[in-house]
Design a protein around this ligand. Structure first.
Ligand SMILES: [Cu+2]
Length: 138
């Protein structure tokens, strides 16, 4: 397998739907979800609505689950950017905690079609881990 092919495969895995959701993380979220496995945390999320439409506000419901021995998250920030164009959104999302594990980010808007990276910055134990997933907007 070439390096390029391996990278494409890894990216596909990160952004693919995880309908099985065999573990407990994010099991409270209805419908298809996406899962990001970081080093210290796992994020499971879904956009509302799904799929996202260009120029329309949307929300992200997500779960943050510590991977042992990581601590519970003390804060979480959500943002998004287009790496190919080196710009972010024109809006700053607001994250509210629904429980110790479930969160909702509101006020996101993708103002153009293309490849967007949505990022979750998870604070815990005095460190921050960034988990990201790529969404393609037609
Ligand atoms: Cu752009």
């Amino acid at each position: 397998m070439s390096a390029l092919r391996a990278a494409a495969y890894a990216a596909l895995c990160l952004s693919s739907f995880d309908a099985a959701a065999a573990d407990a993380c994010g099991s409270a979220l209805p419908g298809p979800t996406r899962k990001i496995d970081g080093q210290r945390y796992t994020v499971v999320f879904r956009t509302v609505p799904e799929p996202v439409k260009v120029g329309t506000h949307f929300a992200v419901d997500f779960a943050v689950c510590p991977r042992a021995p990581a601590e519970a998250p003390s804060a979480v920030r959500v943002d998004a950017n287009m790496p190919a164009h080196r710009h972010g959104m024109n809006y700053r999302p607001v994250v509210t905690a629904k429980s110790s594990e479930l969160f909702r980010a509101e006020g996101l808007l993708f103002h153009m079609p293309g490849s967007w990276d949505i990022t979750f910055d998870v604070d815990g134990g005095g460190r921050t881990e960034r988990l990201s997933s790529t969404l393609q907007l037609p």
